[in-house]
Design a binder for this molecule. Sequence first.
Ligand code: TYD
Length: 234
Amino acid sequence: MTQKQLATAQRLLPGSGLFIAFEGGDGAGKSTQAKLLAEVLQRSGHEVVLTREPGGTPVGEQLRELVLSHGQGEIDARTEALIFAAARAAHVAQLIQPALSRGAMVISDRYIDSSAAYQGAGRGLGSTEIEQLNTWATQKLRPTLTVLLDVNPEQARARRAGQVPDRMEAEPESFHSQIRSAFLALAEQRPAEYLVLDALRPAAELHAEILQHPVLQRALDGVPSGAADRGKTP
Ligand code: TYD
């Protein structure tokens, strides 16, 4: 365990929950890993809230449908960024923050970094501006740990073969390459808060490595709950 990882683990305080986000390109296998982690935490006696973005609340699910389905006509980039941020604001206010206050473990399939990568880099709106918008929308709530499942877009597309692509998945390979680079850059900026893994490794192996992270070791070692990193955005 590095000093920085130790510091991250030590931020866990009894009485408030732990917030883990899974990030990565389309087809990286985030949902599978989020679910596997949720099962382990549940079995160890924690209250677990497994959720996703966009979504997680009635308003968020409606916004998801609006922004991902085809047939809404054109959605310009700023509108798209605001829809994702609006869904996230509802998610934090109505689901994530109340769960953390109860001491639950919240696992979210995607969070702010998806907006920084897809809207900031992919749509060219600028990662800094998108982060500022989302810092406001989330009242500065950041995950304690983000697991980034890094995947080459070409291989991810092959994994999804046969599925009908949503609005984002239908974007060209260059868009998805920009997104991959943006995720990796975000992880490099705050290495202590990220676990970056090669998404093409076998799911069981990835799951085992995620469980080894100090933040999760501490949660599984009988510490009833942890502290999400509230208000730590510089
Ligand atoms: P998701 O259902 O997680 O897609 P997948 O299961 O294919 O990974 O996310 C839906 C899509 O929405 C995905 O293409 C990424 C995109 N997205 C954004 O562009 N910005 C965001 O802020 C979020 C949360 C998702």
